[in-house]
Write a protein that binds this ligand. Structure first.
Ligand code: 4NP
Length: 158
């Protein structure tokens, strides 16, 4: 039997801080729910500066403290990625990805990951921690965990 997998792509600017963390958290949730057969999860960056690199060491350290191993290699978003459901981190990501869409079907596949946040009041974006400190990385990971939990529930009930 062929299973039609749900294809999820997390996108941020560099693909070394937020989106690889979201990829790792989502894979961990899917794994814990024994749902691996039904999902394909990846991440990509809008820019090409960090292509091939592991996630930022600060995000890797932040994840390790919570039991995650973030070890994907950065790649750049391409138009063929519109085969995925795309979850972006902030409005600038949203603008840049939707500016590459060619039709309404593609545009509808792009959503803000922060729309799934339920445990943090009035948070609309997952802000870039790259120029921040450990607190900013921890905060980004808190928001990513919150959103990914709810995203998984939404996907399982849709
Ligand atoms: P990310 O963070 O988009 O969460 O991966 C960034 C990483 C690198 C840069 C910007 C944001 N950069 O300008 O190099």
């Amino acid at each position: 039997m062929k299973i039609n997998k749900k294809k999820l792509l997390f996108v941020c600017l560099g693909n070394i801080c937020r989106s690889p963390a979201a990829e790792g958290v989502m894979k961990s949730i899917i794994n814990a729910n024994k749902a691996n057969a039904y999902y394909e999860v990846d991440s990509a960056g809008i820019g090409n500066w960090h292509v091939g690199q592991l996630p930022d060491s600060r995000m890797r350290a932040c994840g390790l403290k919570r039991g995650y191993v973030f070890n994907s290699h950065a790649r750049q978003f391409t138009k063929s990625d519109f085969q995925y459901y795309i979850f972006v981190m902030d409005q600038e990501n949203y603008r840049q990805i939707t500016s590459q869409t060619q039709n309404e079907n593609e545009r509808k596949k792009v959503v803000m990951l922060a729309d799934y946040i339920t445990q943090h009041a009035n948070v609309k974006i997952i802000a870039d921690p790259y120029y921040g400190n450990e607190k900013d990385f921890n905060n980004a990971l808190d928001l990513i965990e919150d959103a990914c939990q709810q995203l998984f529930v939404a996907l399982e009930t849709s």
